[in-house]
Design a protein around this ligand. Sequence first.
Ligand SMILES: [Zn+2]
Length: 479
Amino acid sequence: MAEIQLHNTLSGKVEPFVPQKPGEVRMYTCGPTVYDYAHIGNYRTFVFQDILRRFLKLRGYKLLHVMNLTDVDDRIIANSAAAGKSIRDYTEKFVQAFFDDCKTLSIEPPEHWIRATDHIADMVQLIKRLQEKSFTYPGEGSIYYRITKFPAYGKLSKIDLSGIQAGARVDNDRYEKESARDFALWKAPKPGEHFWETAIGPGRPGWHIECSAMAMKYLGETLDIHTGGIDLAFPHHENEIAQSEAATGKPFARYWLHAEHLLVEGEKMSKSLGNFFTLRDLFAKGYKPSALRFALASVPYRKQLNFTFDGLTQATNSVERLRNFADRLKTGKFPAGKQEGMAARIAKAAEEFDASLSDDLNTARALAAMFDLVRDANTAIDKGEFRQGDVVATQQFLAGFDRVFAVLEDNDAAKLQALGFSASEASLSDADIERLIAERNAAKKKRDFPAADVIRKELADHGIILEDAKDGSVRWKRK
Ligand SMILES: [Zn+2]
């Protein structure tokens, strides 16, 4: 097996991955802020960290992985107050939707899924440690972090702070500060809004302190890996480092991994451009969870991912090709014995797959290794050269592949139904469509036009449009 190499934002380099404790990985992922449905850009990051944890597990590591749910922030507190609901009642719907979405995308649950509101005491304790070391100052009932006390500030994002002038606003805090760079650890209560009565006064935690306190509570003062979207590197992760390292005097996280942005059809995703999609938006258009997972996983995490509907259709076809191949191995009848060279061909694919993911999670290269083997094996099967004795090794390689990519199980319809999409809204696979078209052609051949029309209508109900060419062939497309 190849040595695992990961790009560390902290050093700016690809480095060999060596956890603190042999065989065990302590990892933290910044989870969603649960005031709305998460969008596909968020899920690009969550699928990336899922591929990472699944690959580490495949390589035999024991994972201790924590993901938080930010269920306290200014918007949540203001929105829940406006709705006359408790924070828990207001966020519950979005927490549940997030869990459901993760399940639908086959994102494995981390070992700990934790809520910020369950850890206020831990945050207060961490702020007290910072107070004792004079890293804080008060202002109008809030408590701020004094960045000038932490000279290493900026080491993660390499941000040039000289450009940030006093009085400029770098975050959404509406409080008075000594320096624009400083950030709130604890925020004074606002009239009519929820607050906690604590040893450091009444109020609510700042966003950054949440992650520092929760990560260290479950994973210790030095984590192996911290992941998140690239947009979190500054200021959020920079502030996490400042808080944690000031309190403990130890490195906070040894490897920082950041996923790049997702674009939609080449443009930044935004509600005003009408290219803003939640998972449910895409499922309502008839796309499958497996295709979306495949599309999000197929581009290496440090490259921008240009999400397109053409790409999603290609991903649908790719998943179909893999599933068909797995079926072919399962149900095919092959001559006994082994094909000459096939065992070595499979071993080469497995080695290339491992080398690709070890190479800073190069998922595109790993997929190419898989599809090259599928092509070669399919050719051998078509020629009648593939033998029964090679089936198990091929299936073992497929199983290893699927422990990371998780797209082979044909469970899209059940997942969509669990999300509340009816069976008719659930999309047809390409194979289903081809089968129905073949049935329609057969009906037309028999001049059973009513039967052919019924099939055309069934396809239309699923958003599939048929075009009959003059030469008798039929082309189809999704609406
Ligand atoms: Zn965080």
